[in-house]
Design a protein around this ligand. Structure first.
Ligand SMILES: [Zn+2]
Length: 410
């Protein structure tokens, strides 16, 4: 009997923690909700919601304010919202063209963020970590929210082992076997949990939670810059593979007679659709970065033939690769981000005709191809979501850990 009662106690504690998590996550992702909306969303009673919200308010994670009753009779409803400084995170991003840092509050609002173009050739691990640390210091100083920080999330254009933030390979940075998680933790010296994940995976996470992919269950996010990354969501869950290296769609071999890739192979998809290929075909130097791509887009808009044909080539190869992915994954949505989001208005027709030609019709007819809606910062926002995850998945457990003496944690 004692054991049974103990188990019952454990079970109700688990349910309480699950309910707290669903309230915090709901408010974080969807913004303020009334108590009645929380009742509807969670299926809990009004008094249970009252008690749980009270607990979260005491902990400083949410606040309540009286909202107007909207003219309807009865008591005025109360609007519950997350406190942005109840737990803020530091988000970092390392790409080939730029470094970015941001402080993001609970609820996803960006408190302060900054992106700097990288100096070409300043790609060594030491220089990158030093530059990113300095950028983070500036952004933190402007945000003035260090006391609220609960974690650090990092996005990088490379293959990352999530467990410890180890970058096995970042071909376009020339990195191999870099213990980035440990290096950043040491350089930032902030005594906060730090996680690292692939840029495109985090862009996909952000688009899924807050952008063009909201509500999708089977989703491909294709992210193009110098390299090409993919975030694959299958049945609502990210496809990571055994060690977290999955989803490297940029290195699908598509053209055995093509160019050498940064990964060492030949004719990978990114050698046909990456930034370098676009710039070369349009008659620009391949290393020109974002500004050079903008120049090609301006030329295309004004009808310059080389720019138009370069973009058309990109659209054709983009469609061929997407057709293969559609046949394998049968997604309901494809989100084009980064470079592909920017060229989308020019290539939408070509991509569609390539899908018509190469994708199997039962899969093809169900798929919507849309540009990303969060812009260049999607991976940075995804890095913030990664850093929020321990709090979102178990706020009660997280609060206990936070209140534990630092010595006990260490
Ligand atoms: Zn490759």
């Amino acid at each position: 009997l004692v054991t049974a009662r103990h188990e019952l106690g454990l079970r109700s504690e688990t349910i309480r923690r699950t309910n707290l998590a669903s309230i915090v996550r709901g408010l974080h992702l969807h913004g303020p909700l009334s108590r009645s909306e929380l009742v509807t969303r969670t299926g809990l009673t009004r008094s249970a919601i009252g008690a749980l919200v009270g607990e979260l308010a005491t902990a400083g994670l949410v606040s309540e304010e009286r909202a107007s009753s909207g003219g309807s009779p009865g008591r005025p409803s109360t609007s519950v919202r997350v406190e942005p400084l109840g737990g803020a995170v530091l988000a970092l991003e390392i790409t080939v063209d730029s470094l970015a840092a941001g402080v993001v509050g609970l609820g996803g609002g960006v408190i302060e963020a900054s992106r700097i173009d990288r100096v070409r050739g300043r790609f060594s691990v030491e220089e990158t970590v030093a530059d990113l640390t300095e950028l983070a210091r500036d952004v933190r100083a402007r945000a003035g929210a260090d006391d609220a920080l609960i974690g650090i999330g990092t996005a990088i254009v490379g293959m990352v082992r999530r467990r410890d933030g180890f970058v096995a390979l970042a071909p376009n940075l020339g990195w191999r076997d870099v213990p980035l998680g440990g290096l950043l933790t040491a350089a930032l010296a902030m005594d906060l949990p730090l996680s690292v994940a692939n840029d495109a995976d985090l862009g996909a996470l952000a688009e899924l939670r807050r952008g063009a992919a909201r509500g999708a269950r089977d989703l491909l996010v294709i992210w193009g810059e110098v390299g090409v990354g993919g975030g694959l969501i299958v049945g609502g869950e990210p496809l990571t593979g055994a060690a977290g290296f999955g989803g490297e769609v940029g290195h699908l071999p598509v053209n055995p007679a093509g160019a050498t890739c940064g990964c060492g192979s030949v004719g990978c998809w990114e050698t046909e659709i990456g930034e370098g290929a676009l710039l070369l075909r349009a008659g620009h130097a391949p290393g020109g970065g974002r500004a050079a791509v903008d120049a090609v887009l301006r030329e295309a808009a004004s009808g310059v033939p080389a720019a138009l044909s370069a973009i058309d080539d990109l659209g054709r190869w983009l469609g061929v690769g997407l057709a293969g992915l559609v046949n394998v994954f049968n997604p309901d949505r494809i989100v084009l981000g980064g470079l592909f989001g920017r060229v989308h208005p020019f290539v939408a027709g070509t991509v569609r005709s390539q899908l018509q030609r190469h994708a199997l019709w039962p899969s093809r007819d169900a798929v919507h191809v849309v540009p990303a809606s969060l812009g260049a910062d999607a991976p940075l926002l995804g890095a913030a979501e990664l850093a929020f995850e321990p709090l979102l998945s178990d706020p009660a457990g997280w609060l206990v850990a936070r209140s534990a003496p630092a010595a006990a944690v260490a």
